[in-house]
Design a binder for this molecule. Structure first.
Ligand SMILES: C[S@@+](CC[C@H](N)C(=O)[O-])C[C@H]1O[C@@H](n2cnc3c(N)ncnc32)[C@H](O)[C@@H]1O
Length: 224
């Protein structure tokens, strides 16, 4: 078996959790504190998140979309496929190293989505961006953790709270869409979305595009 090789290291700014980029042949893995956050062989549900969120947006000439975070760029690439030429896509990525890794090692995986002229990458915490949104978004697509209970850094917990969801709702245009990825289902999160003024749909989808692999949960929640 080919051994894993470490290509890069970083630290989360808040908690100092170690983040690593690993490679084994053509397979890539991003790990936080030793736990896998993203694997290049399993991108089906990450793409599906973007597809479902873009579908829920309906016809729109110039949608403004916020994606947090970048990972390996699969969600971003799928969103770009589903969005019109006039779309504006802001990618909020916590770690500057992740952006560099995408340019240096990972761009071939998702077809170099960072080169698309509709995309602006902003290095920083998506929590801060959503807490005080400068302008409204038509869609906010979040895949920053392994789910509402498994966090890259402690501060991300806010995103899944009543306070966080109410702030995100405020930052969405009328009928705006919030998409959230999770490795596991969370009925309490679905209830919270309803309490915070969203109409959530819960999708259980397979990890792999082949229809195989673990089931992941996607919430596509429309602002009521
Ligand atoms: C699971 S990966 C995203 C995978 C991505 N959907 C894809 O298609 O490859 C999570 C990403 O979110 C980033 N991240 C974690 N917390 C964040 C935060 N608070 N703000 C912005 N990005 C964050 C991580 O650095 C990582 O790049």
């Amino acid at each position: 078996m080919i051994p894993w090789k470490q290509l890069g290291t970083a630290l989360t700014p808040e908690d100092g959790n170690p983040v690593g980029l690993f490679c084994r042949g053509s397979e890539y893995s991003i790990r936080v504190s030793g736990q896998e956050l993203m694997n290049s062989r399993m991108s089906g549900s990450e793409k599906q998140l973007a597809r479902l969120a873009c579908d829920a947006l309906g016809p729109h000439l110039k949608p403004r979309v916020l994606i947090g975070g970048l990972g390996m760029g699969f969600t971003l690439a799928a969103a770009l496929e589903g969005l019109p030429p006039g779309a504006e896509v802001v990618v909020a990525e916590l770690l500057p190293e992740l952006v560099l890794w995408n340019r240096d090692h990972l761009s071939h995986l998702a077809g170099s989505p960072l080169d698309d002229s509709r995309v602006a990458v902003e290095v920083g915490d998506v929590v801060k961006r959503l807490d005080r949104p400068a302008r409204r978004y038509d869609a906010v697509i979040l895949d920053v953790d392994n789910g509402p209970g498994a966090l890259t850094q402690e501060g991300n917990a806010w995103l899944y709270t009543t306070q966080g969801l109410r702030a995100i709702r405020k930052g969405l245009a009328p009928k705006g869409v919030l998409g959230v990825w999770s490795a596991i289902d969370s009925p309490s999160f679905t209830r919270r979305l309803k309490e915070c003024g969203f109409h959530p749909e819960v999708h259980r989808v397979r990890a792999r595009e082949t229809g195989k692999g673990a089931r992941h949960t996607l919430w596509i929640a429309t602002r009521r």
